[in-house]
Design a protein around this ligand. Structure first.
Ligand SMILES: *Cc1c(COP(=O)(O)O)cnc(C)c1O
Length: 461
C-alpha cells in the first residue's frame, strides 16, 4: 500500500461517483495562521504565499463509470465506428446534437479537422478570403490555410476579447467568401450581428466553437448560428476526451458531405468498406469508439461543471472588478450562458505602479495562483503565413501582389489585439473555476496583495 497519494490518485480513490470528484476537489481553503512567514510581504519577495495547496487536476473522471465505459468498448472488440455493431460514436453524436439543439452532429478526430472539413464541404477554398479574428488558437488560422484560402484579420473589441463586427464589415471585398467567428475563451462572440453581416453579403459562416461547449446567445447554443459549428474535445478542453471534435449543422446535405469526406469519400452512411462507389475526395477523420465512450461519460458532467464555472466566474468577476487596474471580460448583452474555457481580464499597469503584466503574472504565481498572458499578439504576421504563401498551391492561385508578405502584414494590422496580447491580457484556467467561493477568494486576495505591493515588487525586480 502506498501512503502518499498524489493529488490525482487521491481524486481517483475518492471519485466513485461523478460527484465524488467534486467533493474531493473542494476541500477548504488554507488558513493563513498555518504559515510561519510574513503574509503581508509578497511571496515573490520572500513572503508567504496566499495559497500553498494546488488547484484542480484536469481532466477528472471516476473509476467506476469512466473506466468501465472504456473497458466495455475494449472487450466488445468493436473499436471503430464502421465495424458492424459499432454504435458508441453514433450515440455520442445523437447526444451532442440533442444538447446543442442541432439537427445533426458528426464526430471527428479533432477540432482542427472539423474546421477544415466544414470549410472544404462548404466549398471555401482557393482564391477565397476568410475573415477571422487574430485573437485565437493557431488551429483556426491553419484551417483556412489548409483549404487554400486567404485569412483576412479583423481586429477585436478588447472589452469582450472577441472579433469586432464593425471591423469585419470593413474587411469585406469581392473575394470574401466566409467569416470564421471564434467564441474565444468560451465567451460568445457577437454572433447575431456577424450572421446578419454574412447574410447581407452572401457569405458562409463557420463557427469555431472549439472553446464554447454549451455557451448560449439568446438561449441558443454557440455553434448553431452559422452554416456549421465546430467543437474540440482535446484534453485541456471543458469536455475532454484526449483528442476529438465534432461538426454540427441543420443542413442534411452538408452533413452528408462532411460524413462522406471524413470517411475517405464513401457515400455517407455506406457500409461498404472496400469496394466501389467513392463519391468525393476525402480523408479518414473518424472518431474511435473509445473516444466516444469517454465523451459520453464526460458529457454527463458538462452541464453541472458549466454551471459551476459560471457561478464562480460571476463571483470572481464581481470581486476583482473592485481592484483598480483589473478589468474583467465583458459579455455581450444577449449572452445567456458562457462556457468559461478561460477567465480573462485586462491588466492596467498604470494602476500597479507600472509593474509589467508579465511580472504581475510571476508575482501571482508566487502567491500560488497560476495565470497566463494568453495568445501571442502576432498571429497575423508570423512566419507560418509566409511559409504558406511560398507553397505551390498558394503560388498557383494568388497574385504576386497578394503574396507579398510585407504588404499582407501591412493590410492585416490589428492594433487592439496587439496591445491586448502584449500588454494587458491575463487568463485563469477553466479548472480553477471548478472550485468554491473560497478558492475564488484566494485568487482575489493574491491579486489584491500584489496590487498593494506593486511598487515594492517593481523596484525589487
Ligand atoms: C482547441 C481549439 C481548436 C482545435 O481543436 P483541436 O481539437 O485541438 O484540433 C480550434 N480552435 C480553437 C479556438 C481551439 O481552442
Amino acid at each position: 500500500m502506498r501512503k502518499n497519494y498524489s493529488r490525482r490518485e487521491f481524486i481517483k480513490q475518492n471519485s466513485l461517483t461523478g460527484l465524488g470528484a467534486f467533493m474531493a476537489m473542494s476541500s477548504p481553503a488554507i488558513v493563513f495562521a498555518g504559515h510561519s512567514g510574513d503574509i503581508s510581504k509578497p511571496a515573490i519577495l520572500g513572503g508567504s504565499p496566499v495559497r500553498t495547496k494546488g488547484w484542480y487536476d484536469w481532466p477528472v473522471w471516476d473509476i467506476e463509470q469512466d473506466e468501465a465505459a472504456v473497458i466495455n468498448v475494449l472487450r466488445s472488440g468493436i473499436w471503430c465506428r464502421v465495424e458492424e455493431g459499432g454504435h458508441v460514436v453514433s450515440e455520442f453524436e445523437d447526444k451532442w446534437a440533442g444538447l446543442i439543439g442541432s439537427k445533426r452532429c458528426l464526430a471527428m478526430v479533432n477540432g482542427t479537422n472539423s474546421l477544415i472539413t466544414s470549410l472544404n464541404m462548404l466549398n471555401v477554398g482557393a482564391g477565397d478570403e476568410v475573415i477571422v479574428t487574430p485573437y485565437t488558437f493557431i488551429a483556426t488560422i491553419n484551417a483556412i490555410l489548409e483549404v487554400g484560402a486567404m485569412p483576412v484579420f479583423a481586429d477585436i473589441d478588447p472589452e469582450t476579447f472577441q472579433i469586432d463586427p464593425a471591423k469585419i464589415q470593413e474587411k469585406i471585398t469581392s473575394r470574401t467568401r466566409a467569416i470564421l467567428p471564434v467564441h474565444i475563451l468560451g465567451l460568445p462572440c457577437d454572433i447575431v450581428r456577424i450572421v446578419e453581416i454574412a447574410r447581407r453579403h452572401d457569405l458562409v459562416v463557420v463557427e469555431d466553437a472549439c472553446q464554447a461547449w454549451l455557451a448560449e446567445v439568446n438561449h441558443q447554443k454557440a455553434g448553431t448560428f452559422g452554416n456549421a459549428g465546430c467543437f474540440s474535445f482535446q484534453n485541456s478542453k471543458n469536455l475532454a476526451i484526449g483528442e476529438g471534435g465534432a461538426i454540427v449543422s441543420d443542413d442534411d446535405a452538408f452533413m452528408n458531405r462532411c460524413g462522406s469526406y471524413s470517411d475517405n469519400g464513401r457515400p455517407y452512411g455506406s457500409a461498404d468498406l472496400v469496394g466501389g462507389g467513392y463519391v468525393r475526395r476525402g480523408s479518414n477523420l473518424r472518431m474511435t469508439e473509445y473516444q466516444a465512450a469517454i465523451g459520453l461519460v464526460q458529457l454527463k458532467r458538462l452541464d453541472e461543471q458549466t454551471t459551476t464555472r459560471n457561478r464562480n466566474a460571476a463571483y470572481l468577476r464581481s470581486k476583482v472588478s473592485n481592484i483598480p487596474g483589473i478589468l474583467p471580460y465583458r459579455l455581450y448583452d444577449n449572452v445567456t450562458r458562457a462556457a468559461f474555457h478561460l477567465f480573462p481580464f485586462r491588466y492596467k499597469k498604470e494602476e500597479f505602479s507600472g509593474l509589467h503584466r508579465n511580472d504581475f503574472i510571476k508575482a501571482l504565481l508566487a502567491e500560488g495562483v497560476p495565470a497566463s498572458p494568453g495568445y501571442p499578439g502576432n498571429l497575423n504576421s508570423m512566419e507560418y503565413l509566409n511559409e504558406a504563401f511560398q507553397s505551390k498551391n498558394f503560388q498557383m492561385v494568388y497574385s504576386k501582389e497578394m503574396l507579398d508578405f510585407d504588404q499582407f502584414v501591412d493590410n492585416n494590422r490589428t492594433p487592439e489585439n496587439e496591445h491586448l496580447c502584449n500588454e494587458e491580457a491575463v487568463w485563469f484556467y477553466q479548472s480553477m473555476l471548478l472550485g468554491t467561493n473560497s478558492d475564488m477568494d484566494d485568487i482575489f486576495n493574491a491579486i489584491e496583495k500584489v496590487h498593494a505591493n506593486a511598487g515594492k515588487i517593481k523596484a525589487a525586480l
